[in-house]
Design a protein around this ligand. Sequence first.
Ligand SMILES: NC(=O)c1ccc[n+]([C@@H]2O[C@H](COP(=O)([O-])OP(=O)(O)OC[C@H]3O[C@@H](n4cnc5c(N)ncnc54)[C@H](OP(=O)(O)O)[C@@H]3O)[C@@H](O)[C@H]2O)c1
Length: 260
Amino acid sequence: MKGSIKGKWAVVTGATSGIGKATACLLSQHGCNVIITGRRAERISALRDELKTQYGTEVLDYCFDVRNRQACQMMADDLSKRGIVPHVLINNAGLAAGKCKIYEGDTEDWERMIDTNIKGLLYMTRCLLPAMVAQGKGHIILIGSTAGHIVYPEGNVYHATKFAVKALNEAINLDLAGTRIRCCSIDPGAAETEFSLVRFHGDAEKAKQVYEGYTPLKAEDIADVILYVLQTPPHVNITNVVMYPTAQRSVYVWDKSGLI
Ligand SMILES: NC(=O)c1ccc[n+]([C@@H]2O[C@H](COP(=O)([O-])OP(=O)(O)OC[C@H]3O[C@@H](n4cnc5c(N)ncnc54)[C@H](OP(=O)(O)O)[C@@H]3O)[C@@H](O)[C@H]2O)c1
Protein backbone atom coordinates (compact mmCIF):
# COMPACT_ATOMS: atom_id res chain seq x y z
CA MET A 1 0.00 0.00 0.00
CA LYS A 2 1.25 3.46 -0.92
CA GLY A 3 2.04 5.79 1.99
CA SER A 4 0.29 9.15 1.81
CA ILE A 5 1.82 12.53 2.52
CA LYS A 6 -1.55 14.26 2.62
CA GLY A 7 -1.99 16.36 5.75
CA LYS A 8 1.59 15.71 6.93
CA TRP A 9 4.15 18.47 7.46
CA ALA A 10 7.36 18.61 5.41
CA VAL A 11 10.29 20.98 5.92
CA VAL A 12 12.03 21.92 2.66
CA THR A 13 15.27 23.87 2.97
CA GLY A 14 16.33 25.99 0.00
CA ALA A 15 12.79 26.39 -1.35
CA THR A 16 13.42 29.74 -3.06
CA SER A 17 14.72 28.13 -6.22
CA GLY A 18 15.43 24.97 -8.22
CA ILE A 19 14.92 21.54 -6.67
CA GLY A 20 13.64 22.84 -3.33
CA LYS A 21 11.02 25.07 -4.92
CA ALA A 22 9.83 22.33 -7.31
CA THR A 23 9.59 19.90 -4.38
CA ALA A 24 7.63 22.32 -2.19
CA CYS A 25 5.19 22.85 -5.09
CA LEU A 26 4.75 19.13 -5.79
CA LEU A 27 4.28 18.20 -2.13
CA SER A 28 1.69 20.97 -1.71
CA GLN A 29 -0.07 19.79 -4.83
CA HIS A 30 -0.36 16.37 -3.13
CA GLY A 31 -1.92 17.84 -0.03
CA CYS A 32 1.19 17.98 2.14
CA ASN A 33 1.62 21.01 4.42
CA VAL A 34 5.01 22.57 3.82
CA ILE A 35 7.49 24.56 5.84
CA ILE A 36 9.60 26.43 3.33
CA THR A 37 12.94 28.02 4.10
CA GLY A 38 15.61 30.08 2.36
CA ARG A 39 17.44 33.37 2.71
CA ARG A 40 15.61 35.42 0.06
CA ALA A 41 12.64 36.79 1.97
CA GLU A 42 10.61 38.08 -0.96
CA ARG A 43 10.83 34.74 -2.79
CA ILE A 44 9.86 32.77 0.29
CA SER A 45 6.79 34.89 1.01
CA ALA A 46 5.75 34.89 -2.67
CA LEU A 47 5.97 31.08 -2.74
CA ARG A 48 3.98 30.82 0.51
CA ASP A 49 1.17 32.91 -0.98
CA GLU A 50 1.26 31.00 -4.28
CA LEU A 51 1.04 27.57 -2.61
CA LYS A 52 -1.74 28.61 -0.25
CA THR A 53 -3.81 30.05 -3.08
CA GLN A 54 -3.14 27.30 -5.57
CA TYR A 55 -3.38 24.19 -3.39
CA GLY A 56 -5.09 25.34 -0.18
CA THR A 57 -2.54 23.52 1.98
CA GLU A 58 -0.96 25.01 5.08
CA VAL A 59 2.34 26.76 4.49
CA LEU A 60 4.80 28.20 7.00
CA ASP A 61 7.79 30.20 5.83
CA TYR A 62 11.04 30.88 7.64
CA CYS A 63 13.72 33.12 6.29
CA PHE A 64 17.16 32.19 7.60
CA ASP A 65 20.62 30.96 6.69
CA VAL A 66 21.16 27.24 7.42
CA ARG A 67 24.76 28.08 8.35
CA ASN A 68 23.37 29.82 11.43
CA ARG A 69 22.86 27.14 14.08
CA GLN A 70 20.81 29.40 16.36
CA ALA A 71 18.48 30.31 13.48
CA CYS A 72 17.90 26.61 12.71
CA GLN A 73 17.11 26.00 16.38
CA MET A 74 14.74 28.99 16.50
CA MET A 75 12.77 27.54 13.61
CA ALA A 76 12.58 24.14 15.35
CA ASP A 77 11.50 25.80 18.62
CA ASP A 78 8.81 27.78 16.84
CA LEU A 79 7.45 24.61 15.22
CA SER A 80 7.41 22.88 18.56
CA LYS A 81 5.52 25.86 20.12
CA ARG A 82 2.94 25.44 17.38
CA GLY A 83 2.69 21.72 18.20
CA ILE A 84 4.08 20.70 14.80
CA VAL A 85 6.37 17.69 14.47
CA PRO A 86 7.43 17.54 10.81
CA HIS A 87 7.02 14.12 9.27
CA VAL A 88 9.52 14.95 6.52
CA LEU A 89 12.78 16.90 6.45
CA ILE A 90 14.24 17.63 3.02
CA ASN A 91 17.81 18.80 3.43
CA ASN A 92 18.17 20.44 0.04
CA ALA A 93 19.82 23.85 0.64
CA GLY A 94 23.28 23.72 -0.87
CA LEU A 95 25.62 25.01 -3.49
CA ALA A 96 28.82 24.72 -5.43
CA ALA A 97 30.96 27.85 -5.29
CA GLY A 98 33.71 28.13 -7.88
CA LYS A 99 35.38 25.54 -10.08
CA CYS A 100 39.16 25.68 -10.24
CA LYS A 101 42.30 23.85 -9.22
CA ILE A 102 42.54 23.29 -5.49
CA TYR A 103 45.79 25.26 -5.24
CA GLU A 104 43.98 28.27 -6.73
CA GLY A 105 40.79 27.84 -4.69
CA ASP A 106 39.06 30.66 -2.85
CA THR A 107 38.90 29.71 0.82
CA GLU A 108 35.71 31.77 1.25
CA ASP A 109 34.04 29.58 -1.40
CA TRP A 110 35.26 26.50 0.47
CA GLU A 111 33.80 27.73 3.73
CA ARG A 112 30.43 28.57 2.11
CA MET A 113 30.20 25.04 0.69
CA ILE A 114 31.36 23.23 3.82
CA ASP A 115 29.20 25.35 6.13
CA THR A 116 26.06 25.03 3.97
CA ASN A 117 26.29 21.55 2.47
CA ILE A 118 27.61 19.76 5.54
CA LYS A 119 27.10 21.88 8.65
CA GLY A 120 23.72 23.33 7.59
CA LEU A 121 22.44 19.84 6.85
CA LEU A 122 23.73 18.66 10.23
CA TYR A 123 22.19 21.59 12.14
CA MET A 124 18.78 21.05 10.54
CA THR A 125 18.95 17.32 11.22
CA ARG A 126 20.06 17.80 14.83
CA CYS A 127 17.25 20.32 15.43
CA LEU A 128 14.40 18.33 13.89
CA LEU A 129 15.27 14.65 14.20
CA PRO A 130 14.83 14.34 18.00
CA ALA A 131 11.11 15.17 17.71
CA MET A 132 10.76 12.58 14.93
CA VAL A 133 12.53 9.98 17.06
CA ALA A 134 10.28 10.82 20.03
CA GLN A 135 7.25 10.49 17.79
CA GLY A 136 8.60 7.24 16.31
CA LYS A 137 8.14 8.15 12.65
CA GLY A 138 9.50 10.40 9.95
CA HIS A 139 11.44 10.57 6.72
CA ILE A 140 14.64 12.44 5.95
CA ILE A 141 15.68 13.21 2.40
CA LEU A 142 19.20 14.44 1.70
CA ILE A 143 19.96 16.02 -1.65
CA GLY A 144 23.41 14.66 -2.38
CA SER A 145 24.87 14.57 -5.86
CA THR A 146 26.59 12.32 -8.36
CA ALA A 147 29.49 14.55 -7.25
CA GLY A 148 29.35 12.52 -4.04
CA HIS A 149 30.19 9.33 -5.94
CA ILE A 150 32.93 10.31 -8.38
CA VAL A 151 35.24 13.32 -8.65
CA TYR A 152 35.83 15.47 -11.73
CA PRO A 153 38.77 17.87 -12.16
CA GLU A 154 38.42 21.25 -10.40
CA GLY A 155 35.38 20.07 -8.42
CA ASN A 156 37.51 19.31 -5.33
CA VAL A 157 35.76 20.86 -2.30
CA TYR A 158 32.22 20.56 -3.71
CA HIS A 159 32.89 16.83 -4.13
CA ALA A 160 34.24 16.61 -0.60
CA THR A 161 31.00 18.09 0.75
CA LYS A 162 28.82 15.72 -1.28
CA PHE A 163 30.95 12.70 -0.31
CA ALA A 164 30.25 13.85 3.26
CA VAL A 165 26.51 13.83 2.50
CA LYS A 166 26.87 10.26 1.23
CA ALA A 167 28.61 9.25 4.48
CA LEU A 168 26.00 11.06 6.57
CA ASN A 169 23.17 9.28 4.75
CA GLU A 170 24.73 5.95 5.71
CA ALA A 171 25.40 7.16 9.25
CA ILE A 172 21.88 8.50 9.78
CA ASN A 173 20.40 5.22 8.54
CA LEU A 174 22.61 3.22 10.91
CA ASP A 175 21.75 5.42 13.85
CA LEU A 176 18.04 5.13 13.07
CA ALA A 177 18.10 1.33 13.07
CA GLY A 178 15.34 0.11 15.34
CA THR A 179 13.10 3.09 14.56
CA ARG A 180 10.56 3.55 11.79
CA ILE A 181 12.34 6.68 10.55
CA ARG A 182 13.77 6.39 7.06
CA CYS A 183 16.56 8.29 5.31
CA CYS A 184 17.34 8.58 1.62
CA SER A 185 19.99 10.47 -0.31
CA ILE A 186 18.84 11.52 -3.76
CA ASP A 187 21.86 12.16 -5.92
CA PRO A 188 21.27 13.98 -9.21
CA GLY A 189 23.62 14.64 -12.09
CA ALA A 190 23.29 17.85 -14.12
CA ALA A 191 20.02 19.65 -13.41
CA GLU A 192 19.23 23.07 -14.83
CA THR A 193 18.52 25.35 -11.87
CA GLU A 194 20.31 28.40 -10.49
CA PHE A 195 23.09 26.02 -9.41
CA SER A 196 25.58 27.03 -12.14
CA LEU A 197 24.74 30.72 -11.84
CA VAL A 198 25.64 30.49 -8.17
CA ARG A 199 28.69 28.34 -8.87
CA PHE A 200 30.09 30.87 -11.35
CA HIS A 201 29.32 33.81 -9.08
CA GLY A 202 26.54 35.25 -11.26
CA ASP A 203 28.22 34.76 -14.67
CA ALA A 204 25.05 33.94 -16.67
CA GLU A 205 26.90 33.18 -19.92
CA LYS A 206 29.18 30.61 -18.26
CA ALA A 207 26.22 29.10 -16.43
CA LYS A 208 24.22 28.73 -19.66
CA GLN A 209 27.07 26.83 -21.34
CA VAL A 210 26.82 24.05 -18.76
CA TYR A 211 23.43 23.03 -20.17
CA GLU A 212 24.14 23.35 -23.89
CA GLY A 213 23.95 20.46 -26.36
CA TYR A 214 21.78 18.11 -24.30
CA THR A 215 18.65 17.99 -22.16
CA PRO A 216 19.57 18.31 -18.50
CA LEU A 217 17.40 17.12 -15.63
CA LYS A 218 14.72 19.58 -14.57
CA ALA A 219 14.12 20.41 -10.91
CA GLU A 220 10.68 18.81 -11.34
CA ASP A 221 12.29 15.46 -12.30
CA ILE A 222 14.01 15.34 -8.94
CA ALA A 223 10.86 16.45 -7.12
CA ASP A 224 9.02 13.51 -8.77
CA VAL A 225 11.55 11.07 -7.34
CA ILE A 226 11.36 12.66 -3.89
CA LEU A 227 7.57 12.24 -3.96
CA TYR A 228 7.95 8.61 -5.04
CA VAL A 229 10.36 7.87 -2.18
CA LEU A 230 8.11 9.59 0.37
CA GLN A 231 5.06 7.66 -0.82
CA THR A 232 6.57 4.21 -0.43
CA PRO A 233 4.94 2.15 2.32
CA PRO A 234 6.48 2.35 5.82
CA HIS A 235 8.31 -0.99 5.51
CA VAL A 236 10.23 0.23 2.40
CA ASN A 237 13.37 2.32 2.88
CA ILE A 238 14.89 3.50 -0.40
CA THR A 239 18.25 4.65 0.91
CA ASN A 240 19.78 6.04 -2.27
CA VAL A 241 18.73 7.17 -5.73
CA VAL A 242 21.31 8.16 -8.35
CA MET A 243 19.80 9.94 -11.34
CA TYR A 244 21.46 11.37 -14.44
CA PRO A 245 20.05 13.00 -17.55
CA THR A 246 19.98 10.35 -20.30
CA ALA A 247 22.68 12.31 -22.12
CA GLN A 248 25.03 11.98 -19.14
CA ARG A 249 26.15 8.48 -18.10
CA SER A 250 28.77 9.53 -15.56
CA VAL A 251 30.48 12.76 -14.59
CA TYR A 252 32.82 11.97 -17.53
CA VAL A 253 30.60 10.51 -20.24
CA TRP A 254 28.27 12.91 -22.05
CA ASP A 255 26.39 13.04 -25.31
CA LYS A 256 26.32 16.71 -26.22
CA SER A 257 25.35 16.09 -29.86
CA GLY A 258 21.89 17.49 -29.21
CA LEU A 259 20.31 14.05 -29.82
CA ILE A 260 18.88 13.86 -26.28
N1 LIG B 1 21.57 21.55 -10.13
C1 LIG B 1 22.38 20.51 -10.16
O1 LIG B 1 22.97 20.16 -11.20
C2 LIG B 1 22.58 19.69 -8.92
C3 LIG B 1 23.09 18.39 -9.07
C4 LIG B 1 23.30 17.62 -7.93
C5 LIG B 1 22.97 18.11 -6.70
N2 LIG B 1 22.47 19.37 -6.57
C6 LIG B 1 22.15 19.85 -5.22
O2 LIG B 1 20.78 20.21 -5.16
C7 LIG B 1 20.58 21.13 -4.10
C8 LIG B 1 19.70 22.27 -4.60
O3 LIG B 1 20.38 22.96 -5.62
P1 LIG B 1 19.66 23.53 -6.93
O4 LIG B 1 20.24 22.87 -8.08
O5 LIG B 1 18.20 23.53 -6.76
O6 LIG B 1 20.27 25.02 -6.91
P2 LIG B 1 19.59 26.46 -6.71
O7 LIG B 1 18.55 26.68 -7.74
O8 LIG B 1 20.72 27.42 -6.64
O9 LIG B 1 18.89 26.35 -5.28
C9 LIG B 1 19.64 26.32 -4.09
C10 LIG B 1 18.74 26.61 -2.91
O10 LIG B 1 19.52 26.50 -1.72
C11 LIG B 1 19.29 27.65 -0.91
N3 LIG B 1 20.48 27.98 -0.12
C12 LIG B 1 21.77 28.08 -0.56
N4 LIG B 1 22.55 28.46 0.47
C13 LIG B 1 21.75 28.58 1.56
C14 LIG B 1 21.98 28.94 2.91
N5 LIG B 1 23.21 29.24 3.36
N6 LIG B 1 20.93 28.99 3.76
C15 LIG B 1 19.69 28.69 3.32
N7 LIG B 1 19.40 28.33 2.06
C16 LIG B 1 20.42 28.28 1.19
C17 LIG B 1 18.97 28.76 -1.92
O11 LIG B 1 18.14 29.75 -1.29
P3 LIG B 1 18.58 31.24 -0.88
O12 LIG B 1 19.66 31.66 -1.82
O13 LIG B 1 17.32 32.04 -0.97
O14 LIG B 1 19.04 31.09 0.53
C18 LIG B 1 18.15 28.01 -2.95
O15 LIG B 1 16.79 27.96 -2.57
C19 LIG B 1 21.96 21.54 -3.63
O16 LIG B 1 22.26 20.83 -2.44
C20 LIG B 1 22.87 21.09 -4.75
O17 LIG B 1 24.18 20.81 -4.33
C21 LIG B 1 22.25 20.16 -7.65
